[in-house]
Every structure is written in C-alpha cells, then in structure tokens.
Write a protein that binds this ligand. Structure first.
Ligand code: XLS
Ligand code: NI
Ligand code: NI
Length: 438
C-alpha cells in the first residue's frame, strides 16, 4: 500500500503528502490542527472525523456559474486520468474516504447498456486504485438531475419512462457500490420536487418516490449491500420546492413508508441554512430520531440565499455540529464529506489542497474543543439541571405517563409560586469562547 498514489503522470507536482506540523507552523501546505493519529476520547482523529473528498467538486467542477464559463482547467481528461488524479490528491491530502456520482467518474451515455458498460470499466479503475491505496468509498450516488431528461424529476417524474431510466442509474450505482465496498449509498433528490403545484400531483409523486426507494432498498439488500441508505435533505434549488425539505420532513416520510430501518439522513450544512435552520439543528433532529447517518461538510454565505458549497472554515459552527455528532456517539458508517468547491477565481490546482486542509483543520479544532467541553462536564451538568424538575416527584410521574391533565391542574393549583429560572444563554456562550480560545 503506497503512501501517495502515482498514476502515469503526476497531476499535483511539487506537493507531497500533507503533514501535521502543529499550531506553530506557517506552512500553508501543512495541517495545524488535524493530526490523524492523535487519540481523543479513545479514538484517533482520523477515526472520529472520517473525512471524504467529493469527486464532483474537486475533480469535475470547473468554476462555471449561471453567468460565466469555466475558469478552472483540469489537466485530467478521461475517466482513467481523472481517477489517477483523484487518488493522487486523496492520498496526498490524507483523507481515508471519497464519494462520487456515477457520471462524475464514468462517462455518461444515452443508451443504458453503453452507460452500464462505461460504469463497469470505471468501477474496475476505482477498485484497482482503492486496493493500491487503502482509500475507501464512503458513498456513491446517481446523478439523476443534470441531464435534460430529468427536467421534470427522476423518481417523481410524471412520465413513467423517465422514472425507469433513473432506476437504471440507481441499479448500476448500487452494483458499483457493492463491488467497491461502499459504506453508504446516497439519494439527493435534486429535481424531486416541483416548480408549480398547478401542474403537479404531489400525492402521486411522493408515493412514487417511496415506491422507488423501496425497490432500491430491496435490490441493494438482495445484491449484498450491507451499508446505510442515506437521504440528503434540501428545501429547494434546483427545484422551487424539493420534497426532502429538511430533517423533520424526511424523518416523517421515512416513517410513513416503513423505510426508517434501512435509511438515515445525510445532513449538509448549507442545505440546513437554506431550509431556515442551523446546521446543528438539522443534526440534532436527525440524531434525536436515531437517524443521523452522515454529513456533507460545507458552509454557505450568509449574504447569498443559495448553495454556495464553500469549504467549512467557521470553527464555531463546526464546534456546535461536533457537539451533536459526539453526543450521538459519532457517525457510525458515515463521515464528513467535503461537498464543497473552491471559488471560481481560485484557479490554481494547489487551491484544492488549501481548501481541504482548511476544512480538515476546522473540524479537528472542533473535535478538540468538543472533547474539552465533554471532559469538563459543566455544560452537560447545566443542561441536566435545567430539566431537574422532571427527575423526581410529579415531574417524573408526568414523564412516566402516570398523570392526567386534571392531575396537572391540581398540582398547579396547590403548588407554591414558581420561581423564575434563567436560561443562562450568555453565560454559556461565554463558556464556549473560553473552551475555544482559553
Ligand atoms: C447538492 C447536493 C449534492 C449531493 C449529492 O446540493 O449537495 O451534491 O450531495 O448528489
Ligand atoms: Ni451534498
Ligand atoms: Ni448541496
């Protein structure tokens, strides 16, 4: 198993394996906080954080936006060169995982059989490189939103023939997943939604989506997929209204259709903010339902109302996310996938390294601070204390379902005046700053 993967050509010359140099280092191509072997709360940083590189952004995105052509030129052209570049990059940056859409890695084709044949070849390319490096597949997925055929949706398309065409992509992607030993499989419903209710039978579309996911689940299990299926909520963009709006909506949908044993949620920070929530809110809702599966680690820009997919550099937000993730006992088979791209004017290939180093350092810091908070125990104790009236007496009876509404009334009528108890928010916020910078 080689440290750095080398294909026929070196795509990132002059950059070696990114090393941990610590806080004192001013080497921009070194980790200041991410020390993969450092043990925190019984596991290494690498085991806690389970970083993944996203094929679509890092090896495909060319900087184009609705107003401008691509600005970033990639020297890799075909699937094999791209795979070489990908594994060179992933091993240089030291991420244990990667994620991809079918057509990020493999050439698309209108004919299903040609598409499948391409995908088979690409799967072999990827498998060889996984074996040579030890890099693993966190998840793959099918892009059933870019091609014009999906303009009215994939599994929610009003035309059955398009639904079936999407199924061919999902089937092939599950086949590839099993060969590559993927730990999860993702569904992000880019165009599973509507642009106008006037031409949409929402009930029918949602039933189709549930039926489609059920068939995918059954097929995956049949061919030996043992990992977790993940749904990635997002409220809009590209659709005006996407059906998988947020964690709570997806949890309700999974439970309604009996899918909650096989499916969990992949929470993306920028999708949370688009839904009008915070990242930690979405993680918390999923974790509380026992359905937190994985994370797409990125950030949006508060001045932009769209999915800017920026690399996570905000330690405060990452900290609040890590607090939920650690409280959840980690991410299980999930990980932190950088669903993030460099800005359109970050045109050096080296910028891909700066971006990932920053993201990895940000979550490493967040992990360290979360551990400090947990070791100290003060925050957890304050949280417990806030609910202590439910630990004994009538409060406990209420929690145990032993009280009626009349009992509550009688308790209220008999009890002494209730003291005012502060929520102490500012004090807690100050404590967080001390944990971070103290
Ligand atoms: C788009 C999504 C997408 C999924 C994978 O907003 O984040 O990249 O993660 O299809
Ligand atoms: Ni995503
Ligand atoms: Ni996104």
């Amino acid at each position: 198993m080689s440290e750095i993967y080398k294909g026929n050509k070196e795509y990132f010359p002059g950059i070696g394996k990114i090393k941990f140099e610590g806080r004192g280092s001013d080497n921009p191509l070194a980790f200041k906080f991410y020390d993969e072997n450092k043990v925190i709360a019984g596991k290494t940083m690498k085991e806690h954080l389970r970083f993944a590189v996203a094929y679509w952004h890092t090896f495909c995105a060319d900087g184009s936006d609705p107003f401008g052509n691509g600005t970033i030129v990639h020297p890799w052209k075909n699937a094999e060169e791209k795979a070489d570049a990908a594994f060179e990059f992933i091993t240089k940056v030291g991420a244990p995982y990667y994620c991809f859409h079918d057509i990020d890695a493999s050439p698309d084709a209108d004919s299903v059989t040609e598409y499948e044949a391409n995908y088979k070849k690409t799967t072999e390319l990827l498998l060889e490189r996984q074996k040579a490096t030890g890099v693993k597949l966190l998840w793959n997925t099918a892009n059933a939103f870019s091609h014009p055929r999906y303009m009215n949706g994939a599994s929610t398309n009003p035309d059955f023939r398009i639904l079936a065409r999407a199924a061919a992509q999902i089937k092939a992607s599950l086949d590839a997943n099993v060969i590559l030993g993927g730990e999860n499989y993702v569904f992000w419903g880019g165009r599973e939604g509507y642009t106008s209710l006037l031409n949409t039978n929402m009930k029918k579309e949602l039933e189709h989506m549930a039926q489609f996911l059920t068939l995918a689940r059954d097929y995956g299990r049949k061919i030996g997929f043992k990992g977790t299926f993940l749904i990635e909520p997002k409220p809009m963009e590209p659709s005006k209204h996407q059906y998988d709006v947020d964690s709570a909506t997806v949890i309700g949908f999974l439970k309604e259709h009996g899918l909650e044993k096989d499916f969990k949620l992949n929470i993306e920070a920028n999708h949370a903010t688009l839904a009008g929530h915070s990242f930690d809110h979405e993680l918390r809702v999923a974790a509380d339902a026992g359905l937190l599966g994985s994370v797409d680690a990125n950030i949006g820009d508060p001045q932009n109302g769209w999915d800017t997919d920026q690399f996570p550099t905000n330690v405060y937000d990452a900290l609040k996310a890590m607090m939920v993730i650690m409280d959840n006992g980690g991410l299980g088979s999930g990980g932190l996938n950088f669903d993030a791209k460099v800005r359109r004017n970050s045109t050096d290939l080296e910028d891909l390294f700066h971006a990932h180093i920053g993201g990895m350092d940000t979550f490493a810091l967040a992990l360290e601070v979360t551990d400090k908070i947990n070791q100290d125990g003060k925050l957890a104790a304050m949280l417990d204390k806030r609910y202590e009236s439910f630990n004994t007496g009538k409060g406990l009876e209420f929690e145990q379902g032993k009280m009626t509404l009349e009992d509550l009334r009688d308790f209220a009528a008999a009890d002494a005046p209730v003291p005012q108890i502060s929520g102490k928010q500012e004090m807690i916020e100050n404590m967080l700053n001390r944990y971070m910078f103290g």
